[in-house]
Unconditional design. Structure first.
Length: 350
């Protein structure tokens, strides 16, 4: 596609030699074995189709580092040998077609339920979320405030999941520190009322993320770690950072301090103005020389323009990849995309 030349050109991102700058965004599908959290043959075929089509980078659906991280039915894990072995089939299938795939590690914290995990949900503080648990349709429970030992155990679980990701053949990992899930619950002043070193000011609230980053680096090199973060919260749509500049600076300073080079800032719509005349990604680029993955209901032309002007380095597409396994080829040949329809596309993996 002549006007998509930058988006469709190969690029090297640290150790990853990507066929293009197109990323399959992490997409919760819920088709793992619900009893043991293993990836199914259906999932192998699902990821293989996108790799065969030529997508540059695949970020998996969220994968739990422990049972406590599970937020709904059919979520895969990376905390048992069986789960690790099941993911080898996925990575082998992707690599067979020359693809690159990283595992997104996702702990939902208070956005779970004892019906799913057998114990009360964990959170930085005993503050329940508003709303109902996804697919379970029960109100969120009052979570158990994590002790310092609980925090250490959770950090160790992220480290073990990173080790298992390497054993499973993943090319990297992404830490899901966005959208109001466990890591983000520590960062958010509304959900973290702790008075110990993991609470208080923004530096204390970022400590949990910092220690997870340090721990997972013992298992995988820092140049293969992406961090997803966001202002937006899935369970609190009205939430915004009171001090946008201050909070963003704190994040970026943490990433520099820990050696992180790949960021995946998340927002509902890429083009939405966030501060001044800049969108969220542009505001980050103003202060960040590393890799930025753009996301947020992107259109192809906007993505091409954004990578051309270096606002972002890679462009992630979510729902279009659910409806179009051959999205990359459709971009190359200027074919029209199949429009995403939740009723048609969420009930099966194609």
């Amino acid at each position: 596609m002549k006007n998509m030349s930058t988006l469709l050109s190969p690029v090297t991102i640290n150790t990853w030699h990507l066929r293009n700058r197109i990323v399959m965004a992490p997409l919760t599908r819920g088709f793992a074995n619900d009893q043991d959290g293993t990836a199914t043959e259906e999932m192998v075929a699902y990821y293989e189709r996108r790799a065969r089509d030529g997508v540059g980078l695949i970020i998996t659906e969220g994968i739990n580092p422990s049972l406590a991280g599970k937020g709904t039915y059919g979520i895969p894990g990376l905390y048992t040998a069986e789960q690790t072995d099941s993911w080898k089939k996925v990575t082998n299938a992707v690599h067979k077609h020359g693809g690159t795939i990283i595992a997104q590690l996702w702990h939902v914290g208070r956005l779970s339920h004892s019906d799913l995990i057998g114990t009360p949900p964990l959170a930085p503080s005993s503050i329940p979320a508003q709303g109902r648990v996804h697919k379970l349709h029960k109100p969120y429970q009052i979570p158990q405030a994590m002790s310092v030992q609980d925090i250490r155990d959770s950090i160790q679980q992220f480290q073990t999941a990173a080790r298992n990701a390497v054993l499973a053949g993943f090319d990297g990992i992404e830490l899901h520190a966005a959208h109001g899930y466990l890591i983000d619950q520590f960062i958010n002043e509304k959900t973290n009322h702790r008075t110990d070193e993991y609470g208080g000011d923004i530096q204390g609230r970022l400590l949990f993320l910092k220690e997870i980053i340090i721990a997972v680096q013992k298992e995988i090199s820092v140049d293969r770690i992406s961090v997803r973060f966001s202002e937006k919260k899935d369970d609190d749509p009205s939430y915004v950072w009171a001090d946008k500049a201050g909070v963003l600076n704190a994040y970026l300073n943490l990433f520099r301090e820990t050696g992180i080079t790949i960021l995946h800032p998340s927002t509902d719509r890429y083009t939405t103005v966030w501060t001044g005349e800049q969108n969220f990604h542009e505001a980050i680029r103003k202060q960040w020389d590393g890799i930025i993955i753009g996301v947020g209901d992107l259109e192809a032309k906007i993505a091409e323009q954004a990578v051309q002007n270096r606002s972002i380095d890679l462009a992630a597409f979510g729902r279009p990849f659910i409806a179009n396994p051959d999205l990359v080829q459709k971009l190359r040949t200027e074919q029209q995309w199949v429009e995403y329809d939740a009723n048609a596309h969420l009930t099966m993996l194609v």
